[in-house]
Design a protein around this ligand. Structure first.
Ligand SMILES: [Zn+2]
Length: 283
């Protein structure tokens, strides 16, 4: 109970640190270069900068959760939402407090934050076209909509961190995150040969000789060509109860490169006491 609570506090601290660092970085970069990462967008409506900074601001929650072995709860989502929402205001406020006017006076000495923000949002310029050479002039009221779009992007960036954490493989017995132990790549020249391997592998007990032979089989392929199938196996393990999980992902070489085949991805829980580290390892 105490350990769990300490974990949640640790995660919150990591999250606040990453959030503070990202906000600081955005403000400093904006002051030094005039480039505001936060409000950078593609085609006006895709808030790439906000998505990116939102995810970066929430990254402390991600690493904190893995570090403290704390699975995300609804409370973590609430924290991420509050922190990302606050970050947008703090970015605006930080820029306001650090803005020096041409005559050397601090902007904050002559104008209130609300008036500053109103002017700031209305006087943003949209730039379009290659190299941003078309300037639409001041955006006026539309600046508020741009702020809303950035806000949504920022929140989505933060939520995506939460979702990644939720889907991070974890031990089904002790609810801890699994660590990657070993990995192995295998290639097959065509679908038929791959199919024989893929369909029969788990028909053998995972601790059998047949299974080990199949995992080590690696038809010689000097140069992958069209339709070569690659299967990547990751062995993950729980540091606490030593339970293992075998994950396999499949890719096929197409004309434009390797294509993932997500529907062939499989996660297989291994029986207690089975250690596949000697089997799942690079040849
Ligand atoms: Zn476990």
């Amino acid at each position: 109970m105490i350990a769990k609570l300490a974990g949640h506090v640790g995660v919150a601290v990591f999250g606040l640190i990453s959030f503070a660092l990202v906000v600081l970085a955005v403000i400093i970069i904006d002051r030094l270069t005039g480039f505001n990462i936060f409000s950078f967008s593609f085609w006006v409506i895709i808030p790439a900068g906000a998505l990116f900074t939102g995810a970066a601001a929430a990254s402390g929650y991600y690493f904190g959760s893995l570090f403290f072995q704390t699975r995300p709860t609804w409370f973590l989502l609430v924290q991420i939402l509050i922190v990302t929402a606050a970050a947008q205001l703090i970015i605006y406020y930080g820029e306001y407090r650090s803005l020096v006017l041409n005559d050397g006076t601090m902007a904050s000495d002559v104008i209130g934050f609300r008036d500053y923000l109103d002017t700031y949002l209305r006087s943003m310029h949209l730039r379009a076209g290659r190299g941003a050479h078309i300037d639409t002039g001041e955006v006026g009221d539309f600046g508020y909509w741009l702020a809303v779009i950035d806000f949504v992007g920022f929140i989505v960036g933060g939520i995506s961190v939460y979702l990644i954490l939720q889907n991070y493989p974890s031990c089904w017995k002790c609810n801890r995150y699994l660590r990657k132990l070993t990995k192995l790549g295998q290639m097959f020249p065509d679908h038929a040969e791959f199919g024989r391997y893929y369909d029969t592998l788990f028909q053998h007990p995972v601790d059998s000789e047949h299974f080990a032979d199949l995992m080590k089989s690696n038809p010689k392929i000097r140069k992958p060509s069209l339709d070569t199938v690659m299967i990547g196996s990751d062995l993950l393990g729980c540091t606490h109860c030593k339970t293992q999980l075998l994950t396999q992902k499949v890719q096929i070489l197409g004309k434009k490169g390797w294509n993932d085949i997500p529907k062939l991805t499989r996660h297989v829980r291994l029986p207690d006491g089975v250690d596949l580290r000697p089997v799942v390892k690079p040849a």
